[in-house]
Design a protein around this ligand. Structure first.
Ligand SMILES: Nc1ncnc2c1ncn2[C@@H]1O[C@H](COP(=O)(O)OP(=O)(O)OP(=O)(O)O)[C@@H](O)[C@H]1O
Length: 288
């Protein structure tokens, strides 16, 4: 087993000016190259957890952090966020572009300039990064003229230009139409499978997570209450429903069919293809 790229060890965090911790006794590890989905209701602590990984907590936000968060072997409380941003890129739901008169290339250049990357190197990194997110040739365009999905991919390019090993996406598609959502998730899956990037997605789109994630971590009230493969987690349909969390429709359908028609061999389907196969089996059994 390689060294984990992210390790939370008994982390309890309380925001400055509040009494109740937003995270309680959180421990888990993420291996390099894993694609991890974080699920939970509003206020469960998902964003707070993400901010611990890039060191904004505690370095910028203060508050009280107990336990340790180790990222790439570094204790996040001991390094400035600027340093951590070389390791961890974070993208939020609503990309905000710095200045309306800037071009796509200038948006990507901004972080590189701040990091003191030489101009000659920037000229190479910018087109490479735009290529990576499917925006090759968009250098001179205005970000404001792009579709929602393209804007979000540009925001991702801006963090990828720093060559982080970890990409955190906090509800990256909540403002996108279905095509934009698909573009962003396809791209994240490619970065993960082809480049071996560690991807953490905070997301309510359970169908997508059932398809792409290696692991699902469920937060409730600031605690990790489930941590397993999508198959393990999304099979727990009743428990997730009791927590008011969505489950993939395939798993929901399978649960209803099981109640109506009794059990079948094999695991609960969590994506469409195995659900269709299970329904076919049932229909076959009914016809016989
Ligand atoms: N800057 C802050 N100061 C004080 N409390 C905060 C701050 N940010 C979040 N909290 C509190 O911490 C808890 C966890 O919030 P967090 O935003 O991490 O949850 P979340 O799961 O990301 O929710 P959402 O899905 O709504 O984004 C909530 O009780 C929230 O009110």
């Amino acid at each position: 087993m390689p060294e984990p790229i992210i390790a939370f060890d008994a982390v309890t965090y309380t925001y400055a000016g509040t009494d109740e911790p937003a995270l309680h006794e959180i421990s888990f590890e993420i291996q390099p190259g894993e694609y991890v989905a974080i699920l939970g209701l509003n206020g469960a602590g998902k964003t707070t957890l993400g901010l611990c990984v890039n060191g904004v907590i505690p370095t910028m936000l203060g508050g009280e952090l107990e336990g340790t968060v180790t990222v790439g072997g570094l204790d996040v409380s001991e390094y400035p966020v600027r340093e951590m941003s070389k390791l961890v890129g974070v993208v939020f739901d609503n990309p905000e572009f710095q200045m309306s008169q800037m071009s796509v290339a200038e948006e990507v250049a901004l972080g590189l300039e701040n990091a003191g990357v030489p101009y000659e190197e920037m000229k190479r990194i910018i087109p490479d990064t735009l290529e990576l997110v499917g925006l090759a040739g968009f250098e001179e365009r205005s970000p404001l003229g792009l579709s929602g999905g393209q804007q979000q991919r540009l925001a991702i390019a801006a963090v990828l230009a720093m060559k982080p090993q970890i990409l955190i996406m906090d509800e990256p598609t909540s403002n996108l139409d279905p095509i934009g959502k698909q573009e962003v998730f396809d791209m994240a899956a490619r970065l993960n499978s082809e480049r071996g990037m560690t991807v953490i997605v905070i997301e309510h789109e359970v169908e997508v997570m059932a398809r792409y994630a290696d692991r699902v971590i469920v937060l409730d009230g600031g605690r990790v209450i489930m941590n397993g493969t999508p198959q393990e987690i999304f099979s727990r349909v009743e428990e997730l429903a009791a927590l008011k969390l969505r489950v993939p429709e395939a798993a929901e359908l399978a649960t209803i069919l099981r109640t109506e028609y009794g059990d079948w061999d094999g695991p609960v389907p969590i994506t469409t293809e195995p659900a269709v196969a299970a329904v076919n089996d049932l229909l076959g059994a009914t016809r016989d």
